[in-house]
Write a protein that binds this ligand. Structure first.
Ligand code: G3H
Ligand code: 13P
Ligand code: ZN
Length: 326
């Protein structure tokens, strides 16, 4: 992934600075050129460090080489620190491929396995990753939502999941050797997280952070998946222009993310809000200008909408704006 004249910034460096500066790193999912440009332009303008995340689905959709070349272009055209992370790696082989390609960090998500098996799978990835200067994120507890629960037909509110236990988190980190831990504290993936306003279990987050600290693991980096806020105005705009999103859904309140950041969530994963911003902008153009067929005429506004959304997150939620060159 990195090359000599276009280096990435190592995830370890980004984590260390974020922990010291008490801000969170935005980990934004990348699937195509417009998303990448929007994220990078926003971070460049806000002088924010960034983690670009690539899922297995993104690799299947765009091809690893296209993504690699797009990221090389982004690195060469920007000045901000950029790390590249595998999101929800589901096997040792996928993690190994990404490590070999030069990703600065990988997530191995074996959170659906029993504790011992989760430890074993993470340990295997950690052993390989650490020999190759790569950081590993594990997950303990199970998020509700699309990743681990099919939910109901048509994208409804899914059930299941189980919260991360503070003492188990300590054992898990010690036994697996992972460098950062994704926690389950009521967070979930996708656009259908909560019905009405609900909150993260921030007391549990505090207890996890404290347990890790007391166990001698220091200011240990925690990761918040499912951190999209699912803004109502975006769902409404999508519906105004022909979409069919449930408008009685809600995401994680931004105020909760703010507290999570202050409690030690160093990496905050956001994908769904980008998708909503992009979809709303595309729908608006296609509905209001039905004769339009030049993709640039709807992908351009979509890119702009994602960029504005990312800028908002950097400045007002993650508080990483202005920290690129600390
Ligand atoms: O949590 C998952 C991310 O939103 C990536 O989703 O697997 O559809 O690319 P994906
Ligand atoms: P959202 O679906 O809330 O954006 O979460 C994204 C995520 O956790 C990627 O790993
Ligand atoms: Zn996730």
């Amino acid at each position: 992934m990195p090359s000599a004249n276009m280096p990435l910034t190592h995830t370890t460096d980004l984590f260390a600075k974020a922990l010291k500066g008490k801000y969170a790193l935005g980990a934004f999912n990348v699937n195509n050129m417009e998303l990448l440009q929007a994220i990078i332009e926003a971070c460049e303008e806000e002088k924010a460090p960034v983690m670009l995340q690539i899922s297995k689905g993104a690799r299947d959709y765009a091809h690893p080489i296209y993504l690699k070349k797009l990221i090389e272009a982004a690195v060469s055209l920007s000045t901000i620190p950029i790390a590249v992370h595998l999101d929800h790696g589901d096997s040792f082989d996928l993690c190994k491929q990404c490590i070999d390609e030069g990703f600065t960090s990988v997530m191995i998500d074996a959170s659906h396995d029993p504790f011992e098996k989760n430890v074993e799978v993470c340990r295997q990835v950690v052993d390989y990753a650490h020999k190759h200067n790569c950081v590993v994120e594990g997950e303990l507890g199970m998020l509700v939502g699309a990743q681990h629960d099919d939910g109901e037909e048509g994208g409804s509110y899914s059930k299941g999941g189980c919260y991360t236990h503070p003492e188990e988190a300590v054992q898990f980190v010690k036994q697996s050797g992972v460098d950062s831990l994704a926690v389950a504290i009521g967070n979930s993936h996708g656009a259908y997280k909560f019905k009405g306003e609900q909150h993260l279990d921030l007391e549990r987050l505090k207890a996890i952070k404290q347990a890790l600290m007391e166990a001698g693991l220091g200011d240990y980096p925690l990761v918040l998946h499912g951190a999209s806020s699912v803004p109502k105005d975006l769902a409404q705009k999508i519906n105004q222009y022909g979409g069919a999103m449930g408008e009685d859904t809600a995401g994680v309140p931004e105020a909760d993310i703010e507290i999570a950041r202050r409690t030690g969530c160093t990496k905050v994963n956001i994908d769904t809000d980008l998708r909503l911003a992009m979809t709303a902008a595309i729908r608006e153009v296609l509905m209001t200008k039905p004769k339009e067929f030049d993709p640039r005429k709807f992908l351009g506004p979509a890119r702009k909408a994602v960029k504005e959304l990312v800028r908002h997150k950097l400045k007002n939620v993650l508080c990483c704006a202005g920290h690129a060159f600390d």
